[in-house]
Design a protein around this ligand. Structure first.
Ligand SMILES: CCCCC/C=C\C/C=C\C/C=C\CC/C=C/C(=O)SCCNC(=O)CCNC(=O)[C@H](O)C(C)(C)COP(=O)(O)OP(=O)(O)OC[C@H]1O[C@@H](n2cnc3c(N)ncnc32)[C@H](O)[C@@H]1OP(=O)(O)O
Ligand SMILES: Cc1cc2nc3c(=O)[nH]c(=O)nc-3n(C[C@H](O)[C@H](O)[C@H](O)COP(=O)(O)OP(=O)(O)OC[C@H]3O[C@@H](n4cnc5c(N)ncnc54)[C@H](O)[C@@H]3O)c2cc1C
Length: 664
């Protein structure tokens, strides 16, 4: 790093090997080296600079995004980057664009739901970007309720084609990213109708625009749905509207891994479960969990560095004021977020492993853990994105007034991140899916079916209903078994109580609807248990590097004990712990904050974010905040002239008028 390091005194306090922690954070030395190389490549390329993005009008902003995406693709080809490297490069460009949907959903949908033949035909085109794809599922009238989609795909046996049609206004496709202005193709989800019979919603590959002049195919109406929340932010994306007026596509453009439609229009089911049609969502939800830790870490990095730079009060003798990071209130708000970033990283790693495992099993026709994979991806997507969106806003507050400036990077980060609570499944709707899975698991306990995976603890439900927490000192809260048992007991007791309440209803669906708010709470408890248990699992691994494991232990207990504090009502009302034990947990938490404090800057340095990627004056690596903030203010177009435009029309006459009135 060039120049003076205003945070050097903080970095000198570090008690662990930061380089080793960087590798833990990245997941492996390979991932670290690769991401580090790509981050620097992007940061050093002027074509990828982000300054002033928030001040651009929509058209300029969008064109700028197209330019960056094209430049990124050029660099990917010139440097012969692998798929993995290209993914990192796009990530560090840090601007949502049609390429996210092309690589993140269109390609995975074809891979997951297409037959071998379909993959052979479409994937090479997509890999070379000779076609650009989007994922058109949501409609104006329905998003969460996928089975309620209205677009139809009717088989015409005479021509061996499907006729794709939007029968109503509400059936207009609405929201798909990349659709509005860029995509040439889309996976369109529509109700399959053959021989006058409906066969549910399926995916179809549909060409939308000409590959010659980009004009919509006749019968297709397509455009952008308009500005979204925040400046810059997600407005770089062309979320689109699309309607079909009897568009014809060949039969072999229905994705047929789950269900085949024959030349005669007969439906033939494969051995793959129907739910695989939702497989792309499972894949993306899993990536969203990993992305949550990245976004959260960004906000925390900014807030932590700035909290060490910022000083307020505390100077009685004319000396330095107190760094705000030294206030216990600041620590109690900031350090749990730092701990959450690490917690979500590790649960994201585990979820990736689970997803890979499920994919391999599916290939071997083993579908047994699909429900578990669905519940975990849905639940963890919901938990981590809600927590991250809230945390970004908390980080803004932790930075006081300056956090509200766009130069802090936090407003744009919030605006770009917050739709993650909605896309890929509204977070409440997803928790209800988890609740269904949990209630099903509890209802099967009596039949001798042993729960496995993340619900294995429910197999010990009798013990968990009776167990008493044996914490007697604050240090007892640093035992993994104690923490795990408290979280397992809380979740098990909440699940059983909800199941008992459900059983009082004659119609289970009525009961589910009536108790849904309580059920969502049980889902949250279950998902928090998963995160805590995966963090504890991580600590059992042999992690090299001086002091690294110690820091991770501290973060793990901060994550768990802060949740215990925040959800104390659950823990106390289910009788898992006593008020005295809760108070000891709080004592331990305060002590952990003191232990983390000298390492806080190094723990955010371990994220290895470049200043380019952070895009924040407050979060600069060198901590040189004030001169740069001052410099930044003068870049605002309002400061182009000393006297503003509009002075002569509006300010001067008003002042003159008041002067005249005063004289009267
Ligand atoms: C910079 C680099 C970036 C790289 C890019 C990489 C990744 C992208 C990263 C970020 C994203 C970027 C942009 C965002 C783009 C956004 C895209 C979208 O939003 S696409 C649209 C997403 N839509 C949804 O998520 C809809 C939510 N709704 C649903 O998931 C379901 O329809 C719902 C709610 C589950 C339906 O419920 P219900 O009607 O009860 O269910 P069904 O009758 O349909 O099904 C019942 C059984 O099926 C099981 N089920 C449900 N879903 C799944 C699933 N996904 N997998 C497996 N099983 C599933 C369900 O549990 C029922 O099972 P049982 O019968 O109870 O056993
Ligand atoms: C930025 C962004 C990008 C997107 N990109 C794409 C894309 O590329 N492709 C695509 O197909 N879609 C995309 N979407 C759409 C997205 O997937 C949907 O918006 C999302 O699935 C939520 O559905 P909805 O809008 O119908 O919400 P609704 O279901 O209408 O939700 C409204 C409210 O109703 C509540 N609710 C709904 N159902 C229930 C229930 N059963 N029980 C209790 N409460 C309920 C919800 O919790 C919420 O509070 C995108 C959306 C956004 C915001």
């Amino acid at each position: 790093m060039k120049g003076v390091d205003h945070l050097a005194h903080e970095r000198n306090k570090t008690e662990f090997d930061v380089d080793a922690m960087k590798i833990v954070w990245a997941g492996s030395r390979h991932a670290f080296e690769l991401s580090d190389r790509m981050a620097r490549l992007v940061a050093s390329d002027p074509a990828f600079q982000k300054d002033g993005r928030i001040r651009l009008g929509r058209k300029e902003l969008f064109k700028n995004t197209l330019r960056k995406a094209a430049h990124a693709w050029k660099r990917i080809l010139e440097l012969h980057l692998t798929e993995e490297e290209a993914g990192w490069l796009r990530n560090f460009v840090d601007e949502p664009s049609f390429t996210d949907l092309h690589w993140g959903m269109f390609v995975p949908a074809i891979k997951g739901q297409g037959t071998d033949e379909q993959q052979q035909k479409w994937l090479p085109l997509a890999y070379k970007m000779q076609i650009i794809g989007s994922y058109a599922q949501t409609e104006l009238g329905h998003g969460s309720n996928v089975q309620g989609l209205e677009t139809t795909a009717t088989f015409d046996p005479e021509t061996d084609e499907f006729v794709i049609h939007s029968p109503t206004l509400t059936s207009s496709k609405w929201w798909p990213g990349g659709l509005g202005k860029v995509s040439t193709h889309a996976i369109v989800y529509a109700r399959l109708i053959t021989n006058g019979q409906e066969h549910g919603v399926h995916g179809f590959i549909v060409q939308l625009r000409s590959l010659d002049d980009h004009m919509p195919i006749p019968g297709i109406t397509i455009g952008d749905i308009g500005m979204k929340f925040g400046n810059g932010a997600y407005n770089t994306m062309d979320n689109g509207v699309l309607t079909f007026d009897h568009i014809r596509i060949p039969r072999n453009q229905m994705l047929m891994r789950v269900l085949q439609v024959t030349r005669e229009g007969k439906c033939v089911k494969s051995n793959v479960p129907r739910q695989l049609i939702y497989g792309t969502m499972v894949f993306v939800r899993q990536t969203i969990v990993a992305d949550a830790s990245t976004a959260l870490a960004r906000a925390v990095c900014i807030a932590t560095r700035y909290s060490a730079v910022r000083r307020q009060f505390g100077s009685q003798d004319g000396g330095m004021e107190t760094q705000v990071i030294d206030y216990k209130t600041q620590q109690s708000r900031l350090f749990p977020l730092l701990a959450s970033a690490y917690a979500f990283r590790f649960v994201g790693e585990w979820l990736k492993w689970l997803y890979t495992d499920v994919t391999q099993r599916l290939q071997a026709n083993d579908f047994s853990i699909l429900p578990e994979a669905h519940a975990c991806t849905a639940g963890l997507k919901s938990l981590t994105t809600t927590a991250t969106a809230d945390a970004i806003e908390e980080c803004r507050k932790l930075c006081g007034g300056h956090g509200y400036l766009c130069a802090s990077g936090l407003p744009e980060l919030f605006a770009v991140y917050v739709p993650a609570c909605t896309y890929e499944g509204d977070n409440v709707v997803l928790l209800l899916q988890v609740a269904r899975f949990l209630m099903k698991t509890v209802s099967q306990l009596g039949s001798g079916k042993k729960p496995v995976g993340t619900t294995a603890y429910l197999g010990r439900v009798q013990d968990l209903l009776q167990c008493c927490c044996d914490v007697q000192t604050a240090e007892d809260w640093l035992k993994p078994s104690v923490v795990l048992e408290a979280f397992e007991a809380r979740s098990a007791r909440m699940c059983v109580a909800r199941a008992q309440n459900l059983s009082k209803f004659e119609n289970p669906e009525d009961g589910f609807a009536e108790l849904s708010a309580d059920l969502v709470e049980a889902s949250v408890a279950h998902c928090q248990l998963i995160v805590v248990s995966k963090f504890i699992d991580k600590l059992q691994q042999d992690i090299p590097g001086k002091g690294v494991n110690r820091q991770l232990q501290n973060l793990c207990y901060i994550y768990a004990l802060n949740l215990l504090h925040k959800y104390l009502g659950d823990f106390l009302s289910t009788g898992c712990i006593t008020p005295k034990q809760a108070s000891l947990a709080n004592d331990q938490l305060r002590s952990l904050y003191s232990q983390i404090r000298p390492n806080a800057i190094a723990l955010v340095d371990a994220f290895n974010y470049t200043d380019h990627y952070l895009g924040s004056v407050l979060g600069r690596y060198d901590g040189n905040v004030y001169p740069k903030l001052y410099e930044e203010a003068w870049k605002d177009p309002l400061n182009d002239s000393v006297v503003p435009d509009g002075y002569h029309e509006y300010i001067h006459p008003m002042l003159k008028q008041q002067l005249r009135n005063a004289r009267l």
